[in-house]
Design a protein around this ligand. Structure first.
Ligand SMILES: Cc1cc2nc3c(=O)[nH]c(=O)nc-3n(C[C@H](O)[C@H](O)[C@H](O)COP(=O)(O)O)c2cc1C
Length: 349
C-alpha cells in the first residue's frame, strides 16, 4: 500500500500546485471523517500494536503524532486518529479568523524531500474551531489526546502578543488535552522574538495565571502547556528558553518548527522564502532535541519533530531523548501508511 501511494497517488498529487494538492488531501480526510463505516475500516486496517506513552497526565496510544499545520482548523481529527496517529495537534489558531499570506505559499522539493511554507496562520479563528472540536471530537469520546496550537494574529503588535495567546487560551483550553504555544513560526513577523527572555518571561507568567484561573473556574486539573520552539536558535538561547520553561513549569517542549536556514547541503535548492521542513530539517531538529534532553537532565519531556520519514528517522529522535514524535512532511512524501508503520516500529524499541 505504501508503494501504491509512492508510485500512483503521490505522482498525481505532485503534478498539482502544492496547496491544491493539500486541499484535495484535506478534503479526502474530511470525507473519511464523515463516512463513519469507511473510517472504522481504516481504523481497523491501520490499528497496530504499539507502545503506549503516559506523559503530563495524558495517555498516548502510541508515540506518533500529527504535527500542527496540517489540520489547522480541527476538521479531520478523527480521520487522522483512524490512520493510526497517537495524538493530533491542530492549529495554529489565532483569536480571530485570518486568511494568511497570498498564494503561492507552499512549495515542494522532491529531490531533497523538503517543503517550504509561508502560509501565515490561515485559520478559522478560536471560537469557530472550539465549536467544531466540541461537536466532532468531544472530550467524553476521546480515544487519543488532542493538542491545540495557538499563536499571534498577523495584525497584532508584538508588544500585545500576550493578549492574543490569553484570548485563544481562554476560548480553547476547555477543548484541549494540551495547549501548544507557538513562538517559532517564521511566517508571522516578529513572532520568534517571543523566544527572547524579556518577551518570553511575561508571556509564560501570563499563561500560567490564565491556566490557574481556568482550572479554578472549570474545576479541571491544570491544562498541560507546551512550548513550540525554532531550530534556528543558538544553544545559548535554548538554555534560556529551557530555564524559563522549567521556572514556569511548562509541561513539555516541541522541537522543532520549520527552519529559515538553508545551510544544510540538501537545502540549497529550496530557494523560496519561508519555513523549510522535511528531510533538510532532520539533522538540526534532532540536534536541538538532543541538546534540550541533555541540558534539562530529563526534567521536561521533549516532543521531537522534523524530517521524520521512516523508522530510522523516528528512532533517531527517540534516541536523542524525545518522548513523543510528530510529523507533517513525511505524511506528504510517504503517504498515510507511514503512521502505522512507524507506530509498529516502536514496539520493538
Ligand atoms: C505547510 C505547513 C504548515 C505548517 N503550519 C504550522 C503551523 O500552523 N503551526 C506550527 O506550529 N507548525 C506548523 N508547521 C510546522 C510543522 O508542525 C513541523 O514543526 C515542521 O514541518 C517540521 O516537521 P516535518 O519535517 O515532519 O514537516 C507547518 C509545516 C508545514 C509543512
Amino acid at each position: 500500500m505504501s508503494l501504491l501511494y509512492e508510485k500512483v497517488f503521490r505522482p498525481l498529487l505532485f503534478k498539482l500546485e502544492a496547496e491544491r494538492a493539500h486541499r484535495i488531501a484535506a478534503f479526502s480526510m474530511r470525507i473519511l471523517g464523515k463516512a463513519t463505516p469507511l473510517r472504522r475500516l481504516a481504523a481497523i486496517y491501520c490499528h497496530t500494536e504499539s507502545c503506549p506513552v503516559r506523559l503530563f497526565g495524558l495517555d498516548f496510544p502510541n508515540p506518533v503524532g500529527l504535527a500542527a499545520g496540517m489540520d489547522k482548523n480541527g476538521e479531520f481529527i478523527q480521520s487522522a486518529l483512524a490512520l493510526g496517529f497517537g495524538h493530533v495537534e491542530v492549529g495554529t489558531i489565532t483569536p480571530q479568523r485570518q486568511l494568511g499570506n497570498s498564494r503561492p505559499r507552499l512549495f515542494r522539493y522532491p529531490p531533497v524531500g523538503g517543503i517550504v511554507n509561508r502560509m501565515g496562520f490561515n485559520n478559522d479563528g478560536a471560537e469557530i474551531v472550539a465549536d467544531r472540536i466540541k461537536r466532532n471530537y468531544p472530550r467524553e469520546k476521546r480515544t487519543a489526546p488532542l493538542g491545540i496550537n495557538i499563536g499571534k494574529a498577523k495584525t497584532t503588535d508584538i508588544e500585545q502578543a500576550t493578549e492574543d495567546y490569553i484570548t485563544s487560551f481562554n476560548i480553547l483550553a476547555d477543548h484541549a488535552d494540551y495547549i501548544a504555544i507557538n513562538i517559532s513560526s517564521p511566517n508571522t513577523r516578529s513572532l520568534r522574538t517571543l523566544q527572547k527572555p524579556d518577551r518570553l518571561e511575561p508571556l509564560l507568567a501570563a499563561i500560567n495565571q490564565a491556566r490557574k484561573e481556568f482550572s479554578a473556574k472549570m474545576g479541571r486539573q491544570r491544562v498541560p502547556v507546551l512550548l513550540k520552539i525554532s531550530p534556528d536558535e543558538s544553544f545559548r538561547a535554548l538554555d534560556i528558553v529551557l530555564e524559563l520553561a522549567l521556572l514556569y513549569k511548562m509541561d513539555g517542549i516541541i522541537a522543532t518548527n520549520s527552519t529559515v536556514s538553508r545551510a544544510e547541503p540538501n537545502s540549497v535548492g529550496c530557494t523560496e522564502p519561508g519555513g523549510l521542513s522535511g528531510l533538510p530539517l532532520r539533522k538540526r531538529s534532532t540536534e536541538v532535541v538532543r541538546y534540550l534532553a541533555k541540558a534539562s537532565g530529563g526534567l521536561i519531556p521533549i516532543i521531537g519533530v522534523g524530517g521524520i520519514y521512516d523508522a530510522v528517522t523516528a528512532g533517531e529522535k527517540l534516541d536523542a531523548g524525545a518522548s513523543l514524535i510528530q510529523l507533517y512532511s513525511g505524511f506528504v512524501y510517504k503517504g498515510p501508511l507511514l503512521v502505522k508503520n512507524l507506530a509498529r516500529s516502536m514496539v520493538h524499541r
